[in-house]
Design a protein around this ligand. Sequence first.
Ligand code: PLP
Length: 416
Amino acid sequence: MVWSRIGARLSGRSGILELMDDLGQALADGTDTVAMMGGGNPAHVPAVEEAWRARLTQMMATPGEIEHALGDYDPPAGRTSFRQAVATYLQQQCGWPVTAEHVVVTAGSQTGCFLLFNLLAGTGEDGRLRRVGFPMVPEYIGYADQLAEPGVLTAWQPRVEATGEHRFRYRIDRDAVDPGDDLGLLAVSRPCNPTAGCLEDDDLDWLIDLAVQRGLVLLIDNAYGLPFPGAVYAERRPPAWSDHLVYGLSLSKLGLPGTRTGIMVCGDPQLARRLAAMNAVIGLANPSLGQAIVEPWLLDGTMDRLGSEVVPGFYRAARDTALAQLDRALAGREYAVHEPDGAFFLWLHLPGLADDRALYRACKAAGLVVVPGSYFFPGFARAWHHRHQCLRLSYCRPEAEIARGCQVLAQVLAAT
Ligand code: PLP
């Protein structure tokens, strides 16, 4: 069989496929035998589950509500009332002058990124190639294989700053980042998957200025951040609004990944209309259930409580425990963890490591699933030994499992 170019790209081996396969396999195998620190699955946060259970009960009891959520297609841009509720929420929380016209729903923010990247990057109607640029790597594994055309991603090496004993931080190298004249889009995850760093406010302002000066769109992928789901534990604010921004939100890390609900808030409403048109071609409409569950939360204070207390409280405690466990397990070794400002990962740098994938395989054989760091360098072409020296560890599973995983990691490192 001869695959199309785009078909071969999307259906070949990719980092994201390996990651999702491992996650599914480990969960299917049963977690007693495996420490699962590999996936991007959020934790089951009891207070969040209580909230959606109550909301589903209410929907079942309200004539027509569940029937509408399950029995009707929504418009391709998403439910109008949901888009209005998102706009109202962002006006109140962030002071942004956005309306429903700026908001488009997608089947998960992964799909939203796919649509946006392919709308703005690749060969343009004018015949010119435009790229997606990542101001610093490591960056989200899921961006790597999203483009219909190859060779369209570019990325810049960050500065690496030691911040304390066994701690470090990547910073954008402002002198190095040069968008040139062939960029269609800049993209950054904030908080960052995989590093858990949350771009400092001044770096964010600098990036927005750069996008405005160069006439570029800047995607801030806020799958973990502010104002919801709120997995941010350092002092950070949402960005100042700009017509050049696309702010990507998702219900997944709030605890609803199964509803596949992404939300793109576009500075330019024309972009939102284009994305909605792509939704219609690719999927007709989006999953409705997540929108139906969350819509009243945006207006009645529930989302405030979840995003400012429940979610950050839960993950901050889990982060503190996991970090202490990792520090204990690796005592006496040379290692550094990226400052974990948000999300639910620990990004571990092992300066002596030669091959992160060999370590990943050894960990897996010993019952610990992690993600090798070298996947998280989309578009980064330079040789940099650092990229083969890192692992991403998720701490969403129960405390005892994380402790077991840290022990297994220490044993595997001692044996190699
Ligand atoms: N962006 C980032 C930074 C992520 O980490 C993820 C998932 O892990 C996504 C986007 C996609 O999430 P979803 O499609 O579930 O909204």
